[in-house]
Each structure stands twice: as C-alpha cells, then as structure tokens.
Design a protein around this ligand. Structure first.
Ligand SMILES: Cc1cc2nc3c(=O)[nH]c(=O)nc-3n(C[C@H](O)[C@H](O)[C@H](O)COP(=O)(O)OP(=O)(O)OC[C@H]3O[C@@H](n4cnc5c(N)ncnc54)[C@H](O)[C@@H]3O)c2cc1C
Length: 365
C-alpha cells in the first residue's frame, strides 16, 4: 500500500515547485531533503530571470526559459497572496556589457522581437561600461531566499509532507518498478518518485540510470552595500554580474569552478569578483562587504535539464540538471512534468526534454 502518490527527493527550488504543482492538482506528496529545504544551490542563486547568454542558449532550454519568464509575474503574486511572503519579483532590466557579443545580442533580440535599447549612459554611480552596451528592459529578478520561504509556506498550507534532515540512501526497485526509498533506516513507499536532487542527482541514480550525467559546478557570490544606490539594472559581463536589490544591497557573481562537491569560499574568488566589480562600478571599492557564500550548480552534459521518466524503470522521474537557470526555469519545469504526469498537453513537447522516447503517464489521484 503506497503512502504517497509522489515522493520527491531533494527540496531545492525544483523539488519545491514540483511538489507545489502536484499538490495543487490533488496529489498526495512527500518531499525529502538531506538538510533543510532550500539551503543549497537555490538559496545561493542570484535570482536573475534570464539565461547568462540567451542569444546562444540551447533552443530547447530557451523554450523552457521563455515559459519561466512568462509564468513568473503571476507565480510571484500568487505566492505572495497565499503566504504573505513577497519574492520581490522586479523588472529591473539587464544590461549586457560584454562588447564582443553586442552584435549577436542585437541580432538575437531583433529576430525574437525582444525589446532592447542601445544605451550609452545607464543610470548608476559612474559606471564604467562600453557605449555599445545593450539594455534588455524586460528582464526581471527575484530574491531566491524569499522565493524559497514562500514556497515552504505554500507546501505547508497544501499539506505536503515535509521530511528534513532525511537523506535518501537508496531507491528500492523490483521488476523495473520503483517501490520505496530508504532514509535514516526507515522505508517509505510511494507510487512514484521524482528526483530533484540538483548537483547530487547522479550520486543517487548511480545504480539505476547511468545515462544521466550531472556534476556540481561551484559558484561563489558576494553581497555588498554602498552608502547610496549603486545601480538600478542588472549588469552582465560574460559570467560576471552585478544584481542591485531594492534595499540597496548589490550581489556580485559569480565564479565557475569544477572542484567536485567542495563548497569552500576562497580569498582568491573574493578578489576576482571584487576586482571585476570595481572595474565596472568603481563605487564598490568603498562599499561594505556583507556576505560571501557559494553553491553547487547542477550542470548537465546535454545543455538542458533532464525532465521526464528514466529509461529503464517505469515510475522514477527526473527534474534536474538546470545548471545556471534553475530559478528561472523552476515553475515551467514543474508545470511541464506535472502536465506529463497528468496526461495533459503542455506548453512544449515532452519529447524534447525526455530521457527516452516512450512517455510513461502516472495517474494523479
Ligand atoms: C552562485 C550561483 C548563482 C546562481 N544564479 C542563478 C540565477 O541568477 N538565476 C537562475 O535561474 N539560477 C541561478 N543559479 C542556478 C540555480 O541556483 C540552480 O539551477 C537551482 O538552484 C537548482 O535547483 P535544484 O533544486 O535542482 O538544486 P538545489 O537547490 O541544490 O537542491 C537540491 C536539494 O537536494 C537535496 N539532496 C541531494 N541529495 C539528496 C539525498 N540523497 N536525499 C535527500 N535530499 C538530497 C539537497 O540537500 C538540496 O537541498 C545559480 C547558482 C549558483 C550556485
């Protein structure tokens, strides 16, 4: 006898949005995390609701990102109304200053009919950016810790069963079907399991699906506060960016380090981020450093996330491998998977993100 319709393994933004989507559709859902919910990559994220290089994004991933952008305004309002926690969704705009990509950005924006402005002077404290910089005014951001707090409250009110400090050590299968999970010496049964374990997904799937390749890419981030508002829009320069928050804090991101499951913050990264930030926004030199943190992005080898059933087992599903776009793509990924599980059509073809061709359709009670 199954305890739940769905067990979700991993309580980051992907697991929480997936749990919410399924619970809203009437399913009984349990979510497990090895620590507290929402404390890993999802907490560490900047909250930019755009790809780092939208003009060069894998077309399938781009479809998911577009749907994420489309869903977020209402998603943020719904969460705020439901929980009282405001994720601070703001259309702050994003300025691309990497001069070698300006032509490609313009061509992409024109072909996709995306609003852009060429801007020689952008409001801010004496910013040092090229004249050809491009502003994409429609790009938004939100604050991931607030989003996660709102999602947590939403899951509670939807009666999702939350198990924290519960590491899943084994997925038990029999005759190509998932039966139960093992955690802290306990066994929990469900009709289906969904793996949303971010950078740890491959570890969990090792004996079940060796065709899933996800690895951690370490990203370090700083937060500073100046005496005045330092800038209004997000500035993006290759992999580096500044994100101004409504309360005057500015995030400086981020490093990309292929160093396994190591989350140590380093003086070298702090210097790299500070040097770059001061070069584009000299006022940061005298700003106060508030915090330095890091997270492990789940990088997939296929330039798009894995969403759908695993190849050889009927009732194990994946929603993982969102790399640098997990916040942006979370509501869209959750919707896509829930549509698939409910046997409904969705905003894009399931095949494009599925791991194998046949679609398994689980019934939501
Ligand atoms: C510095 C940085 C900046 C970023 N900026 C942005 C941005 O601006 N915009 C954007 O869209 N994305 C951004 N990202 C990427 C984004 O954070 C990730 O894509 C997203 O958080 C992935 O979510 P997730 O739920 O898959 O992973 P996570 O948030 O890491 O959640 C996975 C969860 O699974 C749990 N878990 C793992 N193994 C087990 C197990 N065996 N049993 C139980 N639980 C387990 C973990 O404890 C964790 O809580 C950034 C990432 C970093 C690191």
């Amino acid at each position: 006898m199954a305890n739940f319709d769905f067990i979700i393994v991993g309580g980051g933004v992907i697991g929480m949005t997936t749990a919410r989507e399924l619970a809203l559709r009437g399913a009984s859902v349990a979510i497990f995390d090895k620590g507290k919910l929402g404390q890993e990559a999802s907490w560490a994220a900047g909250g930019i609701l755009s790809s780092m290089r939208p003009w060069a994004e894998h077309p399938v991933s781009a479809e998911l990102s577009e749907q994420g952008k489309h869903l977020y305004p209402q998603y943020a309002v719904d969460l705020k109304n439901e929980t009282g926690v405001d994720p601070e969704y703001v259309k702050s705009g994003l300025v691309i200053i990497e001069s070698t990509h300006i032509a490609a950005v313009k061509q992409w924006a024109q072909s996709k009919r995306i609003l852009f402005e060429e801007c020689s002077s952008i409001p801010g404290m004496g910013l040092n950016i090229p004249k050809q910089a491009i502003l994409l005014p429609e790009i938004a951001q939100l604050r991931p810790p607030r989003l996660l707090d709102a999602l947590y409250k939403s899951l509670k009110s939807l009666s999702v069963s939350i198990f924290e400090n519960s590491q899943i050590t084994r997925l038990v299968t029999k005759h190509n079907r998932f039966e139960s999970i093992e955690t802290n010496g306990d066994k929990r049964v469900a009709d289906n399991v969904i793996i949303t374990a971010g950078a740890w997904s491959k570890v969990l799937l090792e004996s079940i699906a060796d065709d899933i390749n996800i690895k951690p890419i370490h990203g370090q981030m700083l937060c500073v506060k100046g005496t005045e508002q330092l800038l209004d829009s997000i500035l993006l320069d290759g992999g580096h960016y500044l994100i101004p928050r409504l309360d005057g804090h500015v995030l400086i991101g981020s490093t990309m380090e292929d160093t396994g499951f190591n989350k140590v913050t380093t003086a070298t990264a702090r210097r790299e981020l500070m040097d770059w930030a001061i070069s584009v926004c000299p006022a940061i030199e005298i700003a106060q450093l508030i915090k330095h943190w890091s997270g492990l992005r789940p990088s997939s080898d296929i330039e798009k996330p894995y969403i759908g059933p695993v190849s050889n087992i009927d009732n194990i599903y994946l929603n993982t491998g969102h790399f640098r776009k997990g916040i942006l793509q979370a509501p869209a990924s959750a919707k896509l998977l829930a549509d698939m599980l409910s046997g409904e059509s969705s905003f894009m073809d399931f095949e494009k993100l599925s791991i194998h061709q046949e679609q398994n359709v689980a019934k939501i009670a």
